[in-house]
Ligand binder design. Structure first.
Ligand SMILES: [Zn+2]
Length: 446
């Protein structure tokens, strides 16, 4: 049997060892199962022979787990993962119990199996494999947080406080895998995010709608404010919003040109009913910023008639940010925009902010990832992504710990994270784990 076959078989053989981990509903948004998850992982890290296992909780929030494994070289790689998962709702759309791992047709279903438990499981089974086959080729450190699904409010503080322990040469982010065209992605960065609420109040009580003759309406006022933020072409009208966006380096621009965007497939997948808002979707996904209304709430929307003037209206927003935009500055610019347009009465509430980050594609660690991916998936089987369109608290790792950051893993575009029937495919678990095996082996020799 080849080494590759042996490792892949070993992965599948040991995956069920982690079913108990998948059974724990560690839901940060609902504050359930956190202690149990932390204990389970602490025991697992210890059982796997970690030289150091710690639960950091001195800065508040859900505990951050830290573990360290000693390897044969001086080289150290840091893994970032999270143990919390999204709530399983809507429950009636699941075809199996969300917290009962269910293997079916070459897939494994469970809440969190793709985001992000399966990725950590793959990495931990590899630790065990190496331990049983001559030892790890390099030192590994794991930082596993428990509030990623609620915007990672504390991880930046923990990373800052534990810089020394987190010293490494490179960082592998929470996960990755295959894109819509079944190409294995090597992603070298993350967008940032700002989320905030907007609220307007026009009276202390809802009014009879006959009084609309003289009284203002919170819903209209909110709509007018919203309308001032973007033009009909989708351009964000907030002064300075685009100013800090850094052009892509030539290597990233080149990678972008080699990426494919399957418009027909995307339209089919989501059942899009309106045209795309851009003719450069890849450029926008990579180095474009957004401003998204996540929800609007005002007045009566139930059946029948209710002639009322709503007294208040709210909207929820997120903005995806790219280097070097900063959430606090963008928030400030939006405030200034509202004030300058006569919307001083509209209140903003800052929810979450994360800085964007991007590692150069010319970095040696990125290049090694690309080389191993080409070996495992073939030259045509990979896609180099300068940064994902998604967000994570990566900036701290890149800037403060000064690490190159790469996202690679065992997922695929149909995993359905956050939705019902979240799953991973056995094939991706095998291949992605073999990729990681090869990466650890080669990076240990650098
Ligand atoms: Zn995640």
């Amino acid at each position: 049997m080849t080494k590759e076959q042996e490792v892949k078989d070993y992965m599948m053989q040991h995956l069920p060892d982690y079913y108990d981990y998948l059974r724990i509903p560690g839901i940060s948004a609902q504050d359930t199962g956190i202690d149990e998850t932390v204990q389970w992982l602490t025991d697992k890290f210890t059982a796997l022979g970690a030289v150091e296992v710690k639960q950091w909780h001195e800065l508040g929030g859900n505990p951050v787990l830290y573990a360290e494994f000693a390897g044969k070289s001086d080289q150290t790689l840091l893994f970032y993962n999270h143990y919390d998962v999204q709530p399983p709702e809507p429950l009636d759309e699941w075809e199996s119990e969300p917290f009962e791992p269910t293997a079916k047709n070459g897939k494994l279903y469970a809440r969190g199996v793709a985001d992000d438990k399966g990725e950590l499981i793959s990495r931990l089974i590899l630790v065990q494999y190496f331990a049983e086959h001559g030892g790890l080729p390099l030192n590994l450190k794991f930082i596993v947080e428990g509030q990623e699904e609620v915007g990672s409010p504390t991880i930046q503080d923990y990373v800052h406080a534990h810089q020394e322990e987190l010293t490494a040469e490179a960082c592998i982010w929470e996960g990755g895998g295959k894109d819509e065209d079944e190409k294995f992605k090597i992603t070298a960065g993350l967008k940032g995010i700002l989320s905030f609420d907007m609220e307007v109040e026009t009276a202390e009580t809802d009014l009879h709608s006959s009084l609309a003759s003289y009284a203002d309406n919170a819903a209209w006022r909110l709509v007018q404010a919203l309308n001032s933020l973007k033009d009909a072409n989708g351009k964000i009208l907030v002064d300075g919003y685009y100013d800090d966006i850094k052009p892509l380096e030539p290597a990233a621009q080149k990678a972008l040109e080699e990426m494919e965007f399957n418009e027909a497939e995307v339209k089919k997948q989501f059942g899009l009913k309106t045209p795309l808002v851009t003719d450069q979707p890849l450029q926008e996904l990579t180095n474009g910023t957004t401003m998204t209304i996540n929800g609007i709430n005002a007045g009566y929307t139930g059946p029948g008639v209710k002639t009322v003037i709503p007294r208040q209206a709210q909207a929820k927003f997120d903005c995806r940010l790219v280097p070097d935009q900063r959430p606090t500055k963008i928030y400030e610019l939006i405030r200034q925009h509202l004030d300058a347009h006569g919307f001083e009465d509209i209140k903003l509430k800052y929810q979450v902010g994360e800085d964007p980050s991007r590692t150069s594609l010319e970095d040696e660690f990125v290049k090694l990832n690309i080389a191993i991916a080409q070996e495992v998936y073939g030259t045509d089987g990979i896609s180099i992504v300068p940064n994902s369109a998604g967000t994570g608290p990566g900036a701290q790792f890149v800037e403060e710990l000064d690490l190159p950051l790469v996202s690679v893993g065992i997922g695929y575009s149909g995993n359905g994270p956050h939705g019902p029937n979240e799953h991973i495919r056995d094939q991706d678990f095998r291949d992605g784990s073999w990729f990681m095996y090869r990466l650890l082996e080669e990076y240990g020799q650098k």
